[in-house]
Structure formats: structure tokens, C-alpha cells
Design a protein around this ligand. Structure first.
Ligand code: CP
Length: 306
């Protein structure tokens, strides 16, 4: 067990280096069925944004643990009618054992967690996507074994995935390079936090040159150029982000054994070419599957499954 019983996961830095390693090991053992855990608890999913992977992987993970899931779509609860976060939190706290929230502002998640005694999990905010990165690290570990000293290059928009990737890589001793156009950098406080976590074990580098970012990298990673809530900016962003596309040319400068990840959903031939996402270096389907195993390990740890 990882020592996470009863804890929130609001951002990746809520976890220590050892706790991330323990979660990845547990997720791997759950995936291979070397480890089997039961936990007859109830998970609530309070999602204010669309989701395929996160919603389904949390649901199936909880079912496989022997638990139940309630989908608390804001449109069918009083949340959409403006019930205050602190009231909703204190009520759901009396019914549920754990709650995963997908929302916009990180502060709303923090407020929710401060009023709920049950564990609260960040299922994506505008600032972070920690559950995604646990699955990403698991996928990289499956491909390369030891994570220590590997280099991951993220190219594209400095969004929630970029923020959590910097923290996740720093926690496991990986170098992370973020290739990003000027004006679209990741959150500066998170960059600072990632550099503090990395210390002298690894590097967190930002550059606006995608070729410099990708040179010799073991992992190339991207996400959509306009996140949920930024759709109206998508057309204006297209020419700015074009040089940051993951294509055969960028793959050429990476390590000869490099793998390609994308958190999905992807816009093919925008941030990643169809040829690369369907190509031999792509590990995106394993990455998507690992959402379920990583979140099962997280739920089992938080809920004290045995
Ligand atoms: N990667 C991810 O979070 O996917 P969904 O938006 O489909 O949950």
C-alpha cells in the first residue's frame, strides 16, 4: 500500500517521488493481474467538461475493484443552477467515499476539497491533469524500464498537460523539455515548482525551438493546440503552432528508439500527423489503456483497498 489513504490528489506535486514510484508499481501489478484488490466503495464523477477516457477509465477501474460509480453530470444536479461549491461539497461528502472532479478553475477544486472530508481527485482542471500523467509515466516505464535520466519532450500549447508533465517528470528523475511558441508558455509557478522538485537530479527546460526541444528525446508528446474552452481561438492558433507539429521530420531528430505519446483526443494532421499517430513509434493506445490501471491503483491506494 502506498500511504495515500484518505488523501486528495489536487495536483501531481501532492505526491512524493516515492509515492509516484509506488503507484506506478501497483498499477503495473494490477494490469498484469499479479495483484488483485477489492474495495466496495462509491466513487462520484462530477465532470463539468466533456470526457471519454477519464470518465470511462475511472468507472471501469472502480467496477473492477468491486465498487460503484455515480455520474454527477452538473446538468442533472443543482450545480448547474448555481448551488455553491461549499454546499455541494458538504452534502456529497455525506454520501460518497471519493469524488473525481473535472472543472475549469483549479481554485474551485481546492475550495471543493477544503469543504469535503472525503478524498477529492483532480480529473482535469485548466491548471493540471495529474491522472493523465500517472498513465503516461506508466507507459514510458513499460517501454524503457527505468525512468531515471530519460528525456521527454512536449511540443505545443503550455496547457494543463504540459504543467503536470513537468511535475511528473521532475518527480521521477526524468528530464523534460517543453518546446512552445512565445506567449503560450506553461504556468510559471508550476515551472518553478518542477525545477525545485527536479533539483540537481534532472532538468526542466523551456525553448521556443521545437528541433532543439526534440533532439535526442526518448519520448515526444503533444496535445491539442486549443484546449476545452479555447475552441474559438483554434483557427488563429493554427499557423503559430504549425512548426510544433509532431511529424516524421521532428521524429527524425529524436532518439532512434523514441516513442510518441498523445493524451487524446487528437486532431490528426494538426498537432500530430496521421502517419505518426498510426506509426510504429506511437504508444497512444497503450497510454489510453493505462489510464484505467493507473487510476485503479490511485483509487485502491486512497480508499485502502485490500
Ligand atoms: N485525455 C483525456 O483526459 O481524455 P478525455 O478528455 O476523453 O477524458
Amino acid at each position: 500500500m502506498t500511504g495515500l489513504i484518505g488523501r486528495d490528489l489536487l495536483g501531481l506535486a501532492d505526491l512524493s517521488r516515492q509515492e509516484v514510484k509506488d503507484l506506478l508499481q501497483m498499477a503495473t501489478q494490477l494490469k498484469s493481474q499479479q495483484l488483485k484488490l477489492r474495495c466496495e466503495k462509491v466513487l462520484g464523477l462530477l465532470f463539468s467538461k466533456a470526457s471519454t477516457r477519464t470518465r470511462v477509465s475511472f468507472t471501469v477501474a472502480m467496477y473492477q475493484l468491486g465498487g460503484q460509480v455515480i455520474d454527477l453530470n452538473p446538468n442533472v444536479t443543482q450545480v448547474s443552477r448555481g448551488e455553491p461549491i461549499q454546499d455541494t461539497a458538504r452534502v456529497l461528502d455525506r454520501y460518497l467515499d471519493v469524488l473525481a472532479i473535472r472543472t475549469f478553475a483549479q481554485q474551485d477544486l481546492v475550495t471543493f476539497a477544503s469543504y469535503a472530508k472525503i478524498p477529492v481527485i483532480n480529473a482535469l482542471t485548466d491548471l493540471e491533469h495529474p491522472c493523465q500523467i500517472l498513465a503516461d509515466l506508466m507507459t514510458i516505464q513499460e517501454c524503457f524500464g527505468d525512468l531515471d535520466g530519460l528525456t521527454l519532450t512536449y511540443v505545443g500549447d503550455g496547457n494543463n498537460v504540459a504543467n503536470s508533465l513537468m511535475l511528473g517528470c521532475a518527480l521521477v528523475g526524468m528530464n523534460v523539455r517543453v518546446g512552445i511558441p512565445q506567449g503560450f508558455e506553461p504556468n510559471s509557478a508550476v515551472v518553478q515548482q518542477a525545477r525545485e522538485i527536479a533539483g540537481d537530479k534532472s532538468q526542466v527546460i523551456l525553448t521556443d525551438d521545437p528541433q532543439v526541444a526534440a533532439k535526442g528525446a526518448h519520448v515526444l508528446y503533444t496535445d491539442v493546440w486549443a484546449s476545452m474552452g479555447q475552441e474559438e481561438e483554434a483557427n488563429d492558433r493554427m499557423p503559430i503552432f504549425q512548426p510544433y507539429q509532431i511529424n516524421d521530420g521532428l521524429l527524425e531528430v529524436a532518439d532512434s528508439e523514441a516513442i510518441v505519446l498523445h493524451c487524446l483526443p487528437a486532431h490528426r494532421d494538426e498537432e500530430i500527423t496521421d502517419a505518426v499517430i498510426e506509426g510504429t513509434r506511437s504508444r497512444v493506445w497503450d497510454q489510453a489503456e493505462n489510464r484505467m490501471h493507473a487510476q485503479k491503483a490511485l483509487l485502491a491506494s486512497i480508499l485502502g483497498a485490500s
